[in-house]
Write a new protein. Structure first.
Length: 361
């Protein structure tokens, strides 16, 4: 296992794109700690696969250095980096049995026969494939084949890291949860460095200890699920994580208060200077937007109320700006409502980046 250090990595797919300043990765400077479980999360085209392929060696970055531990691997092939990879679609040998497929990476590395048998039978059990161990892979479902792909990555204990590129795409929805839990259990047991690419926030938040949120070729925040939820460093993280996402409300700053649609909103104590930003916004999760009787907050017009079981999602208009509130089941909605913000959950953003308060620095 290894610590992976990405040192000022940038990537453009062609020299022409680089000259035009069109980078698929704008700059990534980050350390994946040895034994950590990370998810790269972001919308389609944000650069997740590009970053993963630079880590694996399928792609050489146009700028920067990548080190596994103290070793510079920037120009090494995937084989020489000694990593295991699991792709979106199964990569297995159809003519081999399930057990032979799992044993293959170990045989290749000269692992002793008894050890191979032990690890293969453990993996068969974890993947729920014991009954099919002696079946040829050919006739299996896409689900089962992908489980074998996962198993082939996970049986090896000598790898620097295991990289997953949307590995559960072909897996049946009700199996996804089980496989994710199994991956977590394997991570806990063996402590391998795992990097997992996904555009699905549930998958990222349940799998990873640290989630790397990307947009437009840039890492905007690396944090635990709690950190991403409570203190989004960038407005993109706020509305990408959580459902519905964080409200981002344009505001003006005046004498330590935010002015929203003519109303004054006190800011948390000690908020730092927004530093002459061109754009300032308040960020607040819908769970912390309260609907209060008219006259006690900022006036809104309620447009729509959706009942989603344990809570109601209320969509309203605040001076031309859409605002969402989540109201727990059983809580009455005022006939004429204003909104009030829970000050503890209020964040200020300057040009999309979180303004740190003195207390939180
Ligand atoms: N081989 C390539 N040549 C030129 N541009 C590419 C190539 N591969 C990807 N790109 C571009 O690089 C950017 C990042 O793509 P990348 O595949 O890394 O994103 P992603 O987040 O993994 O998206 P997805 O979830 O759709 O796979 C995109 O703008 C994409 O169009």
């Amino acid at each position: 296992m290894a610590r992976i250090h990405l040192d000022r990595i940038r990537h453009a797919y062609t020299p022409e794109l680089a000259r035009a300043g069109t980078y698929a990765l704008r700059e990534v400077d980050h350390v994946f700690e040895d034994g950590g479980a990370y998810a790269l999360l972001g919308p389609s085209g944000c650069g997740k696969t590009t970053l993963l392929n630079i880590i694996s060696g399928l792609l050489t970055s146009s700028e920067g250095t990548i080190r596994f531990g103290d070793r510079d691997v920037t120009t090494l092939s995937p084989e020489d980096r000694n990593i295991a990879q699991v792709f979106q679609f199964p990569v297995i040998y159809d003519t081999m049995t399930v057990a032979e497929n799992l044993a293959f990476p170990l045989k290749n590395r000269g692992v002793a026969r008894a050890e191979i048998e032990r690890r293969v039978s453990d993996m068969l059990r974890r993947l729920g494939l014991e009954a099919k161990a002696k079946r040829k892979a050919q006739g299996l479902t896409a689900d089962e084949k992908q489980k074998i792909s996962l198993g082939r990555g996970l049986v090896r204990s000598d790898v620097a890291a295991i990289l997953f590129d949307e590995p559960l795409t072909v897996i049946d929805p009700h199996m996804k949860w089980q496989l994710r839990s199994e991956l977590k259990a394997l991570h806990r047991q063996f402590g391998m460095t795992m990097v997992y690419v996904t555009h699905d926030q549930t998958e990222a938040l349940t799998f990873a200890e640290k989630v790397v949120v990307m947009t437009e070729g840039q890492v905007v925040q690396i944090g635990t699920p709690e950190e991403l939820f409570e203190r989004p460093r960038h407005t993109f993280v706020g509305y990408f994580i959580g459902s519905p996402g964080m409200n981002v409300i344009p505001c003006k700053l005046e004498g330590g208060e935010a002015v929203v649609s003519g109303a004054r909103v006190p800011l948390p104590a000690g908020i730092a200077n927004a530093g002459g930003a061109a754009r300032t916004e308040l960020g607040i999760r819908p769970e912390f937007v309260q609907l209060v009787p008219r006259g006690s907050g900022i006036p809104v017009r309620i447009d729509r109320v959706e009942d989603v079981g344990s809570e109601r999602i209320v969509r309203a208009d605040l001076g031309g700006q859409r605002i969402v509130s989540v109201v727990p089941e059983g809580e009455a909605l005022p006939a004429e409502a204003d909104v009030a913000f829970d000050a503890r959950a209020l964040n200020l953003y300057a040009d999309s980046w979180l303004v740190e308060t003195e207390a939180r620095r």
